[in-house]
Design a protein around this ligand. Structure first.
Ligand code: F6P
Ligand code: MG
Length: 454
C-alpha cells in the first residue's frame, strides 16, 4: 500500500536529499563528535573516560560509513523497544541498500539510530544526548519571544464577562488563530538547519507580534486555518475533548506548543492534551523526555535570563508552575512510543504500530508538528503540489479509525502537497522565481484531514 510517486533518495541531485545525505549529515555528526570530546575532557573517572572513548570510536566508524556510503547494516540489539522494528524494516526492504540509494527518509532516520547506538551499548553513557547543549543554549538565546509570550499568558486566559456570547466566540476565534500561527512558526527555529544562528537571526524568526502574524499568513500556502477553527470550536461539546501533539523540536518550538496547548485548556476547548516525544536524540532538535523536563523546570527554577526584569522572570515562573500542575493533574500527559523513532513513514503506522494507531484514533484532533513529521505523513515522495492532503497521507486518512489530523509545518524539504487545484502552477512559479523556497522555512502549510470513523 504505497503512493504512486517515487520516494526521494540521496542520489537525487535535484532534491534536498542529496545535500542532506552528502553534506548536512556529516557536518551534524562532526559537531556531535566535538560535543562528545568536550564532555570527555570534563571527566575525571578513568572507567567513564574509557567508556566514552569507545563511544567516540563508534562515532568515527559511523562517520566513515556515512562518508564512504556504506551498506546499511542491522541495528545492534541494545535492548531498546525499537530494535525489532528497525531490523524488520531493513531486512524486508533495504537489504544491500546504502546511505545514498535507500529512501532519504529512511537513511536519514537510520543515521540518528546508529548515532544512538554509539552510546546505548556503553556502560555509563547510554542516555547521553550529543545535542543537549545546543538545544538548551538556543532557548536561552530566545529571550525576546519567550517573554513576549510569558508576560501575555502568565495570567490564565479569561473572557471579559460583559461580552455577548457572539463576541466571546469571536474573541476566542481570533486568539485561536493567532496562537495556531505562534505554534506553527515556532517550527522555523530548527537547529538542524540553522547551525550557527546569531541572536538577531533568532529574533527575526521568532517575532510573535500581531502585525507580523498577519503578514506571515500569506506565506501559508495550503491554509486550512478556518476549517481547523470550525472543528476545534465544537470540541468543547465533546465529552473527551482530547487533543494530541506529535511534537517536533525542543526549546522554543516546544514552548510555543505549550502556550497553545495551555490556551486550549484554559479556554475549555480541550480537556486533555497528550504530547508525543522521542525516546532518544533525534534529528538534532527533537524533544526528548529530558528536554521536556528541562523546559518546565528551567522556567520555574532556572537562571537562564539574567538580563530580564523580575516581573518578566515571575511571568515565566507562573507559566511553568501552571504547566507542571497540569502534568501532575493528568491534564497534560507526556508519552514516548518507540515507533516515533523508526524509519517507517506514517503510511505504515496502522500496520507496524497498531497499538499506537488505536491510541491516536481515540483523540479528537492530532497535531503533527514540523517538517519531518510532514515528510513521514506524506511518504516523503514526489507527489504533485495539487495532491489533496488526505490523499497524500494515505491510510492516516483512510484507514478505519483514522483520527482528525492537522499538520503544522514550515516547509524545509522537497515534499509539498495540499496547495489546491492551482497548486502545481504555484509551485512551478516559485521554483522559477524563488529557488530554495522549499528549504528556507519562509513558507508553511496548515493542512487538515477529517479522518475516518472506526
Ligand atoms: O534533514 C532534513 C530534515 O528532516 C528536514 O525535513 C528538515 O530540514 C529538518 O531535517 C527537520 O525539520 P523539523 O525539525 O521541522 O522536522
Ligand atoms: Mg525536528
Amino acid at each position: 500500500n504505497n503512493p504512486p510517486w517515487p520516494a526521494y533518495r540521496g542520489y537525487h541531485e535535484y532534491s534536498f536529499a542529496h545535500a542532506t545525505m552528502g553534506v548536512r549529515l556529516p557536518t551534524i555528526l562532526g559537531k556531535a563528535i566535538d560535543d562528545t570530546s568536550r564532555t570527555l575532557n570534563e571527566q575525571s573517572s578513568e572507567e567513564q573516560i574509557v567508556d566514552l572513548v569507545q563511544c567516540l570510536e563508534r562515532m568515527d566508524t559511523l562517520m566513515a560509513d556515512l562518508s564512504g556510503n556504506s551498506k546499511l547494516r542491522p541495528i545492534v540489539d541494545d535492548g531498546e523497544g525499537d530494535v525489532a522494528l528497525w531490523n524488520k524494516e531493513i531486512a524486508k526492504y533495504f537489504q544491500g541498500k546504502d546511505f545514498m540509494n535507500a529512501p532519504w527518509l529512511f537513511a536519514e532516520a537510520y543515521k540518528y539510530r546508529r548515532l544512538h547506538e554509539c552510546f546505548s551499548i556503553s556502560k555509563y553513557w547510554k542516555d547521553y544526548d550529543v545535542f543537549y547543549r545546543q538545544k538548551c543554549d538556543t532557548f536561552s538565546r530566545s529571550s525576546d519571544a519567550v517573554f513576549e509570550l510569558s508576560t501575555r499568558f502568565a495570567e490564565p486566559f479569561r473572557q471579559t464577562s460583559n461580552l455577548s456570547e457572539t463576541e466571546k466566540l469571536e474573541a476566542e476565534r481570533l486568539m485561536f488563530l493567532e496562537l495556531t500561527q505562534v505554534c506553527l512558526w515556532g517550527n522555523s527555529t530548527d537547529l538542524s538547519l540553522l547551525i550557527n544562528m546569531s541572536e538577531e537571526q533568532i529574533k527575526s524568526l521568532q517575532s510573535t507580534g500581531g502585525d507580523h502574524l498577519a503578514a506571515t499568513e500569506k506565506n501559508i500556502l495550503g491554509n486550512d486555518l478556518s476549517k481547523l477553527w470550525e472543528s476545534v470550536k465544537v470540541l468543547r461539546e465533546k465529552t473527551g475533548g482530547r487533543v494530541d501533539f506529535v511534537l517536533d523540536n525542543a526549546g522554543f518550538e516546544l514552548y510555543c506548543d505549550c502556550v497553545y496547548a495551555d490556551f486550549l485548556i484554559q479556554s475549555g476547548l480541550a480537556k486533555q492534551i497528550r504530547f508525543h516525544g522521542k525516546r532518544y536524540p533525534w534529528f538534532v532538535s527533537d524533544v526528548t523526555k529530558k528536554d521536556w523536563e528541562w523546559l518546565l523546570n528551567t522556567m520555574v527554577y532556572g537562571h537562564l535570563f539574567p538580563k530580564v526584569s523580575e516581573a518578566e522572570r515571575e511571568s515565566l515562573r507562573r507559566l511553568g508552575a501552571r504547566w507542571k500542575q497540569y502534568e501532575r493533574d493528568g491534564i497534560w500527559v507526556y508519552e514516548q512510543h518507540p515507533f516515533w523513532c523508526t524509519g517507517y513513514t506514517f503510511w505504515e503506522l496502522h500496520s507496524e504500530a497498531p497499538d499506537l494507531f488505536l491510541h491516536l484514533s481515540r483523540s479528537d484532533l492530532v497535531f503533527f508538528k514540523g517538517d519531518l513529521n510532514h515528510r513521514k505523513l506524506t511518504y516523503d515522495c514526489a507527489a504533485p503540489a495539487s495532491t489533496p492532503f488526505d490523499i497524500a497521507i494515505g491510510p492516516m486518512a483512510s484507514a478505519p479509525g483514522a483520527p482528525e489530523i492537522c499538520s503544522l509545518r514550515t516547509i524545509k524539504s522537497d515534499v509539498v502537497v495540499g496547495l489546491g487545484p492551482d497548486g502545481d502552477a504555484l509551485a512551478e512559479r516559485l521554483d522559477k522565481d524563488e529557488p530554495g523556497w522549499k528549504i528556507s522555512g519562509k513558507y508553511a502549510i496548515v493542512l487538515l484531514s477529517e479522518g475516518r470513523p472506526g
